[in-house]
Each structure stands twice: as C-alpha cells, then as structure tokens.
Design a protein around this ligand. Structure first.
Ligand code: HEC
Ligand code: HEC
Length: 98
C-alpha cells in the first residue's frame, strides 16, 4: 500500500514539474537569438521593426509569428551571443526540417 501511494505521488510530481517547465521558459529563460539567423535580422533593433515581420498581422509563411507580440524589448531575450558551436548545431538540425 505504501509502495502504491509513493508511486502515485511520484507520478503527480513528474506531471507537475513537466507542466511547469514551458512556463518557466518564459520567465527568465531567453528565446532563440536572432544572431542565429543574421541574414534575416541584419540591422533590425526596434520592437516595431520586429513586429513588422513577427506581429499578429504578419504573414506566417514569411516568418514564424511571435506568440508574445505584446512584449517589449524583444532584443533583451532574442539577442544572446551565439558561439560557432551553436551555429554548427543549428545547421545540423535545420537539415532535418522541411
Ligand atoms: C521575456 C523574454 C522574451 C521577450 C521580451 C520576447 N521574447 Fe520572443 N521568445 C521568448 C521565448 C522564451 C521563446 C521560445 C518559446 C516560444 O516559442 O514561445 C520566444 C520565441 C519567439 C519567436 C519564435 C516563435 C517560433 O515559433 O519559433 C519569435 C518570432 C519571437 N519570440 C518574437 C519576439 C518578438 C517580436 C518580441 C518583441 C515584441 C519578443 N519575441 C520578445 C522570449 C521572449
Ligand atoms: C524582414 C523581416 C524580419 C524582421 C524585421 C525580423 N525578423 Fe525575425 N525572422 C524573420 C524570418 C524570415 C525568420 C525565420 C528564419 C529561419 O528560421 O530561417 C525569423 C526568425 C526569428 C526568430 C526565430 C529564430 C529561431 O532561431 O527559431 C526570432 C526569435 C526572431 N526572428 C526575432 C526577431 C526579432 C527580435 C526582431 C527584431 C529585432 C526580428 N525578428 C525582426 C524575419 C524577420
């Protein structure tokens, strides 16, 4: 019986923790850096510029739409330094994308 209760508890814990992680991602964790795709982002710095391509009125076939176009200071979360290793990793995985 004790064993059973422990298992249920553990399961509940795992579910709770995994449900929280996407939320945590927003608060404190940064999004993908625009430096990973310099060709698309050269010269853009202002939120208004970002939203021309990523806002809710933009064409989702042109660029991925922001899920959070109401945020301010896009570059605070999307301008992290990238290393060569990041760029290599990126080009490896992008081969698998359609
Ligand atoms: C508090 C940090 C933060 C701010 C500020 C922020 N973002 Fe993000 N952004 C994230 C995180 C985290 C993700 C990854 C999770 C996701 O896709 O929702 C992300 C993902 C994105 C994506 C990729 C979506 C996809 O489908 O690949 C776009 C585009 C984007 N943000 C645009 C913007 C724009 C434009 C602004 C400014 C109006 C902005 N972000 C402000 C944290 C932020
Ligand atoms: C001229 C249109 C344009 C502007 C302006 C623009 N972007 Fe993008 N953005 C794109 C395109 C196209 C992609 C898709 C690139 C890809 O995945 O190859 C993209 C991708 C992204 C992504 C997802 C990157 C990833 O690695 O998944 C984020 C985050 C993002 N942009 C943020 C921004 C921010 C912040 C700004 C403002 C400084 C901005 N963009 C301005 C066209 C634009």
């Amino acid at each position: 019986m004790v064993f059973f209760v422990k298992r249920v508890f553990l399961l509940a814990l795992i579910i709770t923790v995994s449900a929280c992680i996407p939320g945590l991602y927003y608060f404190g964790f940064h999004g993908p850096s625009i430096r990973l795709t310099p060709e698309e982002h050269e010269g853009f710095t202002e939120d208004e510029e970002c939203l021309e391509c990523h806002g809710k009125e933009s064409d989702p076939d042109e660029a991925p739409l922001s899920t959070h176009y109401g945020f301010h200071g896009c570059l605070k979360c999307h301008n992290d330094e990238v290393t060569n290793a990041d760029l290599i990793k990126r080009s490896d995985t992008s081969d698998q994308n359609p």
